[in-house]
Design a protein around this ligand. Structure first.
Ligand SMILES: Nc1nc2c(ncn2[C@@H]2O[C@H](COP(=O)(O)OP(=O)(O)OP(=O)(O)O)[C@@H](O)[C@H]2O)c(=O)[nH]1
Ligand SMILES: [Mg+2]
Length: 202
């Protein structure tokens, strides 16, 4: 019997790794809503997914960029998938900007019928690099709803935090400052779950 995990206001009854995909033909057969996590290598996508699901090692993480190489599907509460994507720009740093999103990621985002939204993570310390801006621009062109979230909140002090939240809001043209999260302090996981559930319910 597995216990229920409480993350913010969210109850996690089950969180399972379902499969890895490199291709659209490998997507899970089960038709459930999907929310994918994208952002630069090392920004903390996989670590955040563990934190959101109340897990430690379900999603593989690493201090070395380029850990996640495939599209990994995690099924939560038998109701939806959280999807861990490879880091943007990792394998293709020297290639021209429009190729930053690897073909496999682009293909998935443009064609996955059950994809309801993409969480794009930005490191709060860098407040959005040129590469982030370019990728989000490309992402928005696909028409998929994009939620910008700032990661690693524990790494900045209060003044950097408010300054960089404002910067991110301006750079990415957001109606409100971004949600900030930390997988270390667990800050912001409740706000993020609230947003994710809204997207899933739509
Ligand atoms: N301080 C701090 N470190 C974090 C946080 N989230 C992730 N990290 C660290 O950042 C590093 C990268 O984390 P990952 O979750 O593997 O990053 P990723 O975005 O999945 O990276 P790729 O798979 O290479 O695209 C690891 O050393 C994590 O421990 C956070 O909220 N706070
Ligand atoms: Mg990863």
């Amino acid at each position: 019997m597995s216990e229920v995990k409480i993350v913010g206001n969210m109850q996690i009854f089950s969180a399972l790794f379902v499969k890895s995909a490199v291709d659209l033909k490998d997507l899970p057969e089960e038709r459930l809503p999907q929310i994918a996590f994208l952002g630069r290598s090392n920004v903390g996508k996989s670590t955040l997914l563990n934190a959101l699901m109340g897990e430690k090692n379900l999603v593989k993480t690493s201090a070395t960029p380029g850990k996640t190489r495939e599209i990994n599907f995690f099924k939560v509460n038998e109701a939806f998938f959280l999807v861990d994507l490879p880091g943007v720009g990792f394998a293709k740093v020297s290639i021209k900007q429009r190729d930053l999103m690897a073909d496999s990621i682009r293909n998935y985002i443009e064609n996955a019928e059950d994809l309801r939204g993409v969480v794009y993570l930005v490191d709060i310390r860098h407040a959005g690099t040129a590469m982030d801006l370019h990728t989000v621009e490309e992402l928005r062109k696909t028409g998929v709803p994009v939620l910008i979230v700032a990661s690693k909140r524990d790494k900045v002090n209060q003044s950097e935090l408010s300054k960089n939240k404002k910067l991110i809001q301006e750079k990415f043209d957001l109606p409100t400052p971004p949600i900030t999260v930390s997988a270390v302090s667990k800050f912001g996981l409740d706000s993020l779950w609230f947003e994710l559930l809204n997207v899933i319910k739509e």
